[in-house]
Design a protein. Structure first.
Length: 357
């Protein structure tokens, strides 16, 4: 290990994050020490910091759950991981309980989420369970020219919508609406396209719509300029022109806003699937009976099972999902300024904080 291990701690809601020395890096038998290459700044981190969303671990706590890096130490049962490059799952299940054994790892009652249950990735190093780590082939990564730090966003911004697309069953011929295409939504649009869906991007930001139009969206619509009825009408017209179904639309709500969630619900049609990916503390007003009337379904989406990570990573490594154009690296030491900029909407891309080693 190089340099003095440190982490940046959230002491209280909205107070400046503080750099603190890590006193010990002694992994348990089934744990590893990751020297962090990069950690993405997620909307969830901002929710904890600015909005008072409660963390499971008491404050002070190190936030950050989108982590990539190299294994520099390991417990007795995880020594095979030393010197490997990895992506750390944003939600780490135990792999042993009843729900894990039945393939429902995302609802594991023993799960550990960095930056929520345990200290997270806004640090130089982190100790995490070895279970579920996603190895990155370093030679192949080098041939792609992608920085390992940029792959940190796979741990949530890519894998969360990846699971949502898999869960919804997107396939060739499906009309897919992605509501909110910044961050997670942008990757949802790319992944749904890779699965064969025809994607319509909806947002209130023209820059985000323009960016995703060059990465797979077949149509971009600004919801700020359309009523919910007109939005649905524009999508229906597009479907007719393209020979796509007027039923069974698949809608990914990624905006994480009250109005965005209400607009997404208003797009339900017969047999539709609504995938709730974004998060907000706000309550929404909807007519739940629409699910019954349309024989539609709504699916929640929390994290991603570790077994899906290699498939999501492969989409990035083979170029079908672009990461680098949608992230921007910043020194970890600038974390307070980056949080402020992200909260103010001043960043054009998802921030990845990179420690100095």
């Amino acid at each position: 290990m190089t340099g003095e291990p440190v982490r940046w701690m959230m002491m209280a809601k909205g107070e400046p994050l503080v750099q603190v020395k890590i006193d010990t890096l002694s992994p348990a038998p089934d744990e590893v020490v990751v020297e962090i290459a990069g950690c993405g700044v997620c909307h969830t981190d901002l929710g904890y910091y600015y909005d008072g969303v409660r963390t499971k671990h008491d404050l002070p706590l190190t936030l950050g759950h989108e982590i990539s890096g190299h294994i520099v130490a390991a417990g007795a049962n995880a020594s095979q991981w030393i010197d490997r490059a990895v992506i750390v799952p944003a939600v780490i299940p135990c792999g042993r309980c009843d729900v894990c054994r039945r393939g429902r790892a995302t609802i594991c009652p023993n799960q550990k989420m960095p930056g929520n249950d345990i200290h997270g990735g806004f640090a130089t190093h982190i100790i995490v369970p070895a279970y579920g780590l996603c190895e990155v082939d370093q030679r192949r990564l080098q041939s792609t020219g992608i920085d390992l730090a940029d792959l940190s966003v796979i741990a949530d911004a890519v894998t969360t919508p990846y699971q949502a697309v898999v869960q919804a069953g997107v396939t060739t011929g499906d009309l897919v609406v992605v509501n909110g295409v910044g961050g997670v939504g942008g990757y949802a649009a790319q992944i749904a396209t890779a699965f064969g869906g025809t994607v319509i991007a909806v947002d209130v930001n023209d820059d985000k719509l323009q960016s995703i139009a060059g990465a797979g969206a077949a149509l971009s619509l600004n919801a700020r300029r359309l009523t919910p009825r007109d939005l649905k009408g524009a999508i229906s017209t597009f479907a007719k022109e393209r020979g796509l179904r007027q039923t069974e639309w698949i809608i990914f709500e990624c905006s994480g806003t009250r109005i965005g969630q209400e607009n997404a619900f208003s797009l339900l049609n017969p047999g539709a699937t609504l995938c709730v990916v974004g998060f907000t503390m706000d309550k929404v007003e909807i007519r739940l009976s629409n699910l019954m009337a349309y024989h539609a379904r709504a699916i929640g989406n929390w994290g991603c099972p570790p077994e899906l990570y290699p498939k999501a990573l492969e989409l990035v490594l083979n170029g079908r999902v672009k990461v680098t154009p949608f992230v921007e690296q910043h020194p970890l030491s600038d974390i307070n300024q980056v949080f402020e900029a992200a909260h103010a909407g001043a960043l054009k891309h998802r921030a990845v904080l990179v420690p100095a080693h």
